[in-house]
Write a protein that binds this ligand. Structure first.
Ligand SMILES: Cc1cc2nc3c(=O)[nH]c(=O)nc-3n(C[C@H](O)[C@H](O)[C@H](O)COP(=O)(O)O)c2cc1C
Length: 225
């Protein structure tokens, strides 16, 4: 089993750095092949909105995203981990998310992957946006194994044993969900089906040229028949 850990915090020390180390170590104890991507160190330019990926599946911008996308496609699941900034995700995480929205999200290339999201905030804010974006839910619709959201103070307090235990057990649950191919809940299945209905009915209609790559994947998955 392969799991990709994606750290969206540009900071090299502190709570998110410690939590990332804990996650990677726990995955290795579980016998999982884990690799780590530090978005803050990667060259990720802004999406320019050319929509070439909708048609061809490829991105016009040549930077580290090709490598990150290829790693994402080759793994069984993800641990996405980052801090809340200004009640939102970090700037580098947002840039990353914009680059995968139409390239991986619209063609539903992540629908069978499981995700654990771990976010931290100083005091308050950003919980739902982090669940949606760090959890790879918005458009990407991965199967969300869990979302942990910790209020850790500014600067962050040292991680205590309770937080360690919660992270460890969430990682174990993710591994188990991947092993058993755990399905979405009925509520999640319904909301995912609604998302697909809206895209099919209002977005793709009569734009087959623009959405060629997306439609090819949807046909392969049987969602257009
Ligand atoms: C630029 C910036 C913006 C932040 N915005 C918020 C915020 O809106 N609300 C909040 O409670 N904490 C905020 N924080 C605090 C971080 O969420 C907190 O430092 C982080 O979760 C702790 O992890 P770390 O030790 O890895 O930095 C902000 C921190 C930075 C650097």
């Amino acid at each position: 089993m392969k799991i990709l850990v994606i750290n969206g915090n540009p900071k090299k020390s502190g709570f998110i750095a410690d939590a990332t180390e804990l996650v990677v170590n726990r995955l290795s104890v579980q016998g999982v092949e884990a690799s780590l991507v530090m978005l803050g160190d990667a060259r990720i330019q802004d999406c320019v909105g050319c929509f070439q990926c909708l048609k061809t599946g490829n991105c016009a911008i040549k930077d580290d995203m090709d490598d990150i996308v290829s790693k994402m496609l080759q793994t069984d699941g993800y641990v996405m981990i980052s801090a809340v900034r200004n009640s939102d995700v970090t700037a580098c995480y947002k840039r990353f998310y914009e680059r995968i929205t139409y390239r991986l999200g619209f063609p539903l290339l992540l629908e069978n992957k499981h995700t654990l999201a771990i976010s931290a905030v100083g005091y308050m804010g950003g919980k739902s946006v982090n669940r949606r974006l760090l959890g790879l839910q918005d458009v990407c619709n991965t199967s969300l194994s869990g979302h942990l959201h910790f209020a850790v103070g500014i600067p962050a307090r040292p991680m205590d044993h309770k937080i360690r235990a919660r992270i460890t057990s969430a990682v174990d649950r993710l591994v188990e969900d991947i092993r058993t191919r755990k399905d979405r809940s009925i509520a999640r299945k319904a909301s995912y089906a609604l998302d697909r209905f809206v895209l099919k009915r209002f977005v793709f209609r009569s734009r087959e040229d623009v959405y060629a790559n997306v439609l090819r994947h949807w046909k392969d998955k049987g969602y257009l028949s």
